[in-house]
Design a protein around this ligand. Sequence first.
Ligand code: ZN
Length: 296
Amino acid sequence: MNWLTNFVRPKLRALVSRKSAPENLWLKCPKCEQMLFMRDWEANQEVCTHCGHHMRIRPLKRLPHLFDEGRYELHPLPRVPSDPLKFRDTKRYDARLKEAQAKNEGTGEALVVASGLMAGRTMVVALMDFDFMGGSMGTAVGEGLVMAADLAVARKAPLIVFSSSGGARMQEGILSLMQLTRTTIAVRRVKEAGLPYIVVLTDPTTGGVSASFAMLGDVHVAEPDAIIGFAGPRVIQDTIRQELPPGFQRSEYLLEHGMVDAVVHRHKLRETLIRLVSLFMDPLISESRSVAVAAG
Ligand SMILES: [Zn+2]
């Protein structure tokens, strides 16, 4: 009939039908190797319905499960110079960055900052995105965390960070390393304002992130079976020349050894965070509890 029906409609149809192709309906659990029906797996917050394995879930998929009625506000990250060192390895860094941004629509960097109500209380949440250049921390992530901390202080809200990172962003060299101190100072400001700072360690939390803000929480909650550590096990094994114990650098091992305060299933995260924040911020409830304990 016209250009719209002859050209645009078939193109749209092709796009839609490609999405519903059978190979996109199923996926295999990397742990138990069972086939999972995509829709069930998504409804289960990307936890295997057979063995309970927690797969890496992206920030925008996680957010609706955290806030009241799944409603929240996204805060765009401050703009930073995109390639300050004009870095080039096999590819130019700005080209690599653009490619990652094109692939990850909705999140322009390895961090997403959101705020909203959780059990009626305002919370600021910053989530790292491992799918965006390995969750690497460059200037944009550092700026984003500083912004999230400032936002928490301004709104007198707790700051909750979901960490997931391979470490510093090598393409930004020393500027990337500077974010270790900047983010440390940022979370310090939240604590100085008397507000809780809670870290949820998710798979994997390694490198510079584990050497800065991710290990400075008032409470450290971890998702099951997540890898958490600074250097990888092979590097450690080669350095100390000793066999590492089974489960080394996994959430459960770190819980046993006092590095993590609790290992919490993804389905229980929201209620756990609400309870933790309430313990910090509602003195009346904790007082009445201690009175009850004393009386009992
Ligand atoms: Zn499984």
